[in-house]
Design a protein around this ligand. Sequence first.
Ligand code: GLY
Length: 394
Amino acid sequence: MSNAPTVLQKKRPTVAVVGGGICGLGIGWRLAAAGCKVDVFDRGKAGREASWAAAGMLAARVETEPGEEPLLALNLESQADWPAFASELEAASGLTLDYRDEGTLVVAAHRDDAAELRNTYEFHKSLDLDVTWLTGGQARRIEPHLAPGVSAAVLSEGDHQVDNRQLVLALREAFLRAGGTLHEETAVDAIDIEGGQAKGILVAGERHEADMVLLAAGAWSYDIDGVPPAARPPVRPLKGQMLSLQMEPRAPIMDHVLWGPGIYIVPRRDGTLILGATVEEKGFDADLTAGGVFRLLEAAWEILPQIEELPIKEMWVGFRPTSRDDAPILGPTPVDGLVVATGHHRNGVLLAPLTIDAVSAFMLDGTLLKSIEPFGIDRFAVRQNRTASTGSQE
Ligand code: GLY
């Protein structure tokens, strides 16, 4: 018999994940890499909803609006994690994410817009954010194709971008390489909860047992059966119409992420130029509309007239998973073993590193990172108990 000390291996939980987007695949990757048996279920192809529809902006600074101050620290923390996270995921998957750090430029399309831009700039400065005021001429030296009418701009060197579709593919690959099992085109019927404890999921009429269940179904997270009201993440779809144009990759017309009134424009290395996005309370209405696409093109053309000749590549609709306070819902629920990661609103790609690390840490050993404590489902408890009796989501 060996005299070596016995090393007690902690038994890793088995995990069923509902939703194969950035959250589901990413948390699944971490858990599988730590030795858990992980099954991810997606009603379609993994990562083809909000994760695929996004533009990949990592814009903690310029996207912060009044009222979102409580979210800023979380966004900045995740943004700081991004470069190391990208390198780690690229190594784990063998795929590139096309992380780009040229920075983000917010412009005033006309003289009238400059006053509003100045207000936003002062607001961001009051939050101690590192942003720089530029004249129109200074902005055109950075991006020469900006319209002559652009009268002022703000440069945020710390706001970057990543190719979110590459991110999805890389997370999928890393998850599979770590030993995870992916069930695509497999809709989950319900979460199986007995005696206040998650026991697994019901899928295609069968029971799939698991020690823990992660609910990460984006805008669909409210609609999974079997979950009591207090554990149902109150998220709704917030529709966004988007399109992309095709630049000549060897002669791109811009390098920075660009924001103007009613528009953002994101250049990719392959010449794709993404234009987004409408923000519409239309439920799961997936229609592209003439008005939506027209307004995006018009707003883009006003600040970057060179788009006029570019061919249209693709048009699509995505559904942001949005909670009542526009902040994510992360971590434990009142049901033992049922964990949530959803409600990322406009910040799903930005918050990916922190969400993935924090939620997987909780699922592995119960550690609840301080930074996600304010973003638990319990913050909706009172309101949910009230609405549970009326049966409405509000
Ligand atoms: N974060 C950009 C959007 O939601 O449209």
